[in-house]
Design a protein around this ligand. Structure first.
Ligand code: A3P
Length: 305
């Protein structure tokens, strides 16, 4: 972690704000960490704001695209997703400042990886509060996905060996700290009327009744939660367009700044990829030091589908 230095930051470096490690390049240049802290702490939500939240690499892009299509009746946009839905922690970067937060049309859609405690909330006395959709993924797959993503930044990318990265991940020394604290912090609020808690594995699963995929029932559930009723035809269209295959047709939308050769938010899109990367020892450490923290919470994950 580096708190201060001159010049530009690389994607390897982290900085701490609001008790969280975030990539240092989110605040590089003239914008110091204090400015970002102030911005997040003083952010004024509107009742119809929607935040799509997760621990990194848990399916955020997937849910963002579903939400985008729900609000646009199944229409596909070829613009980069990051230009359509503002990542709140990156709001002060020059690349984001064209999105004028105050004049963004309602409902304003935001992406965030902040904890429940740190995320902007309504201070409105009438308690008309905005909505949060949280998506959680099993930490073994999220760790592998994170490692690959961090390594995909070209010369600025991370080049640590996987074993080393996995150890930092278990200890909560990668971005956004410990997976279990993040997920359990949001899980506690899963019954709040303005919180919808989803699981990546449920979006992937085939429904037990075989009449429709679980993605379809999740799309319907999200549209209900957002009070945006859609016809069954549009629900089916969105489901089709938001499968991994469907989203791959528009893959340039899910990159950082339209650069297809750079880091991508669509990679393998499967459950269980961790098995190709975990030794039995590493698996044991994940079970003991990460997953054991869920005990008694009622939160469980499918590790293979
Ligand atoms: P993998 O790296 O395991 O492939 P995030 O958006 O939070 O960064 O998460 C990215 C992960 O979600 C990547 O996982 C990506 O492939 C997966 N993903 C994105 N869209 C998906 C979809 N439609 N179906 C399945 N997985 C998807």
């Amino acid at each position: 972690i580096i708190q201060e230095r001159e010049g530009e930051w690389t994607s390897n470096e982290m900085i701490e704000i609001l008790g969280f490690r975030i990539p240092a390049f989110f605040v590089y240049g003239s914008q110091g960490p204090e400015l970002l802290c102030d911005f997040i702490t003083n952010f004024q939500t509107k009742p119809d704001d929607v935040f799509i939240v997760s621990y990194p690499k848990s399916g955020t892009t997937w849910v963002q695209e579903i939400v985008w299509q729900i609000y646009h009746d199944g229409e596909i946009s070829h613009n980069v997703l990051g230009d359509r839905i503002l990542y709140i922690e990156k709001a002060l970067l020059p690349e984001s400042t064209h999105l004028d937060i105050k004049s963004m049309p309602s409902p304003r859609l935001f992406k965030s990886h902040l904890s429940y405690d740190a995320i902007p909330k309504s201070t409105d006395e009438a308690k008309t509060t905005c909505k949060y959709i949280y998506v959680a993924r099993n930490p073994k797959d999220a760790a592998v996905s994170s490692y690959k993503f961090m390594g995909s930044f070209g010369t600025n990318g991370m080049n640590a060996p996987w074993e080393f990265y996995a150890k930092l991940y278990i200890e909560g020394k990668t971005v956004y700290n410990k997976w279990s604290d993040h997920v359990l912090g949001w899980w506690k609020h899963r019954h709040d009327p303005n919180v919808l808690f989803l699981k990546y594995e449920d979006l992937q699963k085939l429904s037990s009744c075989h009449l429709e995929s679980d993605l379809q029932s999740n799309v319907r559930m999200i549209s209900k939660f957002l009070n945006k009723p859609l016809s069954e035809e549009v629900i089916s269209l969105i489901t089709e367009q938001c499968t991994f295959k469907g989203m791959m047709k528009n893959v340039q939308s899910f990159t950082l700044g339209d650069k297809i050769e750079g880091p991508k938010f669509l990679c393998k899109g499967v459950v269980g990829n961790w098995k190709e990367h975990f030794t039995p020892e590493l698996n044991q450490r994940f079970e003991k030091e990460v997953l054991a923290k869920l005990k008694g919470s009622g939160l469980e994950f499918d590790f293979e589908l």
